[in-house]
Design a protein around this ligand. Structure first.
Ligand SMILES: Cc1ncc(COP(=O)(O)O)c(C=O)c1O
Length: 359
């Protein structure tokens, strides 16, 4: 479990990246950003509204909230907007966890939950996923842990970095096992790859359920920082009273998100394309991988000529960045590395390099 400073991928944040074409100088397969630009409708909306950037946006983000409420059939009262899902995840943790409270999560998983929980004074406990089972979660084990009454249970579904999914029925078992004082928080950052397993529209039925989603992943808008959450009524007041600055999202981000919601075809097509690219990359790689439902997957380097640390260093020297597993868990040191799907030509560069280094 990682509770200290969280390391995120950052090949593209180097000071040397100064203009748009500098992005081509590295392959940033170390972050789960989309490799493609946003929908043309989003680009049009940004261009149209850019001259209005001198105006403040609506503090309550009413147009976006209304569009989300219509799309997901969730009462607008339950929806909150944030500067990316990170903003909402942190705020939900900070507003629900008190000093000494137990916070339950999975391991390995996205490290921000443990980080925020530690900042709030929580004690983090993890249910460890088994690599031998492809990191599939054992729902009964989670149900048992939830019955012990943690203040918060955070689950990333699909999970980062494993790409494994808890199907809807399993999630509902977990929600039903939770006492009213336990908040079940689902991070659905990658749910567009498995929309049928979302619990976003179920939030009105469960006062102790909160679901956070983002425009940063399949919508390809990570640079715009727009996330949204549905929060059960048992935890909504705490969220609002914990203190939020006004204008969580900038004007262009809001208009872009509204436009993005009107282009469902774009999302469907990108998911199909990403899955095809992923399947091809997995076929091309000589190393074994953990099967994933998302646009990223883990390479398993157990028994390989190089461990993960050495492999990543050598790839980096060639401008190819993968993600260190140590940012998700201290378990299995040096065994796994996470790859995020890129364009077909960049995926070719990735597999050719990895195969040559592992040969
Ligand atoms: C599981 C998960 N949740 C949330 C985030 C944060 O995304 P954002 O704040 O851009 O919405 C990430 C980013 O990589 C993530 O992997």
């Amino acid at each position: 479990m990682c509770v200290g400073k969280v390391i995120h991928g950052g090949a593209l944040w180097q000071p040397g990246i100064r203009c748009v074409r500098d992005y081509d100088s590295v392959i940033a397969a170390d972050v789960n950003d989309a490799w493609y630009p946003p929908s043309p409708r989003v680009l049009e909306a940004i261009a149209e509204w850019a001259p209005c950037a001198n105006h403040s946006p609506d503090t309550a983000c009413r147009r976006l909230v209304g569009a989300l409420s219509d799309k997901f059939r969730v009462d607008a009262e339950a929806i909150r907007i944030g500067a990316g899902s990170s903003d909402l995840l942190h705020h939900i943790v900070m507003s629900s966890v008190r000093q000494g409270d137990e916070v339950l999560t999975l391991e390995p998983t996205y490290a921000e939950y443990a980080h925020a929980a530690a900042l709030a004074g929580g004690r983090v406990r993890t249910v460890v996923l088994d690599p031998g089972a492809g990191f599939a979660a054992d729902v009964e084990q989670i149900v048992e842990a939830v019955r012990r009454g943690p203040r918060l249970c955070v689950i990333c579904n699909p999970n980062n970095p494993t790409g494994s999914v808890i199907p809807r029925a399993g999630l509902l078992r977990i929600v039903h096992a939770a006492a009213p004082e336990t908040l079940v928080l689902l991070d659905e950052a990658y749910i567009d790859f498995r929309p049928e397993d979302s619990l976003f529209a179920d939030v009105p039925d469960y006062p102790n359920l909160a679901v956070v989603r983002t425009f940063s992943k399949v919508y390809a808008m990570a640079g715009l920082r727009v996330g949204f959450a549905a929060i059960g009524e048992g935890f909504l007041t705490a969220f609002d009273e914990h203190g939020r600055p006004p204008w969580p999202v900038n004007l262009l981000g809001l208009r872009a998100a509204e436009a993005a919601l009107e282009d469902d075809d774009f999302i469907r097509e990108r998911v199909v394309e990403c899955n095809q690219l992923k399947d091809q990359l997995i076929r091309d790689l000589l190393a074994p991988v953990i099967q994933s439902s998302t646009s990223y997957f883990l390479i398993d380097l157990a028994g390989s000529k190089l461990g993960a640390v050495d492999l990543l260093e050598r790839l980096k020297s060639q401008g190819v960045f993968l993600r260190e597993f140590s940012g998700f868990s201290d378990l299995w040191p040096d065994r796994f590395a996470r790859v995020t799907i890129q364009s077909a030509s960049n995926n070719d560069r990735i597999y050719l390099l990895i195969n040559s280094l592992l040969a």
